[in-house]
Design a protein around this ligand. Sequence first.
Ligand SMILES: NC(=O)c1ccc[n+]([C@@H]2O[C@H](COP(=O)([O-])OP(=O)(O)OC[C@H]3O[C@@H](n4cnc5c(N)ncnc54)[C@H](OP(=O)(O)O)[C@@H]3O)[C@@H](O)[C@H]2O)c1
Length: 374
Amino acid sequence: MKMNRRSFVKFAGLGALAAGALNPATAMADFSHLRSSRRLKILILGGTAFLGPALVRYARSHGHQLTLFTRGKTNANMFPDLEMLVGDRDGDLEALKNRDWDVVIDTSGYVPRVVGDSAKLLAGHVQQYIFVSTVSVFADFSKPGLDESSPVAVLDDETTEEVTGLTYGPLKALCEQAVQKEHRGRSTTIRPGLIVGPMDRSDRFTYWPVRISQGGEVLTPEGPDVVTQIIDVNDLAMFIVKCAEENITGTFNATSPAEELTMGEIFETCKTVSGSDATFTYVSPEFMAEKELHEWSDLPVYVNLDGPEAGHPYINVDKALRQGLTFRPISETIRDTLDWWRSVSQERQDRPMRSGLTAERETEALEAWHQKNG
Ligand SMILES: NC(=O)c1ccc[n+]([C@@H]2O[C@H](COP(=O)([O-])OP(=O)(O)OC[C@H]3O[C@@H](n4cnc5c(N)ncnc54)[C@H](OP(=O)(O)O)[C@@H]3O)[C@@H](O)[C@H]2O)c1
């Protein structure tokens, strides 16, 4: 079965706030200035897997005081010097009761009922609720230029709580709405594209730096000029903390600017950064279809721009750019990703990656490609 982006990335959205519109909270310039210059008390609902640790590191470097709320299952001892509250956002919010924070950053919300519970409990106890959503909220990726006012996907059955490739996006859209309902004018919705960098468990970006660093002939999709969009986890963390410090509210797409990054640039930079002897063999979409080499999963980060996903790498991020979203060079992201990968256990490095081709499949496909094309 062909996986399209909807089924593997999982998307959704909310056409709520008009792009660029200032709400009353955003317009409080003096208040924003005060906020940025003082130490914030920040609660993270989550914080220990991928985006969370980047947020913690960056917020701490700015002197903010952090509390993390988790079930204590994922990297529970990662931050021994932080206040760690233990509970379960699905049904056990006891540890959050009667406490006040300046800002809550919600990185772990997927089901509207559950997100609604924490949003309700924290209403009146935080000044700002920052919800990490996703670009997957959008209803239709066929056209370029999706912005924050574009329609979001809607579920046939809005009561479902099963998070799948198909429901992830529309459920996230409902989560956004649950937060906005409880924190009207005081919430920030961040919609990242593919998040990449150290600690990513999906291997969706990591595959390329790791594979290319190993050298030899690398099977690559379509052609070097195909565009894509990603966001470095640390750039995203910086933007989210900026939203907290400056009390920036509203909805923001957060990924790299459209039409700036190509697959070829990623591949060539991986080669330069790792100093490998890799060569790239670009295979056609027809060949990929024939060999069942799926975009995004077998050939991660890449999406075939013919068809229903044609608008996928053209998401409009102007609104976030105006509020100060910045991007490090792709070489830095690749170097950080490789450094991190080399620091993980040998056992993890030896396990098959969660995205990309195994060596056997790649060799087999390259042989077939050469046979076919002389
Ligand atoms: N990865 C991407 O490319 C991508 C793209 C777009 C958007 N996003 C969004 O970005 C966010 C990133 O997530 P992340 O995993 O990197 O965040 P994270 O904050 O680093 O990790 C998730 C945290 O949530 C906690 N958690 C999970 N279930 C919980 C529960 N029931 N109650 C309390 N705590 C719970 C986990 O700890 P315990 O397990 O110990 O509870 C962990 O600390 C997600 O919202 C995702 O939808 C991701």
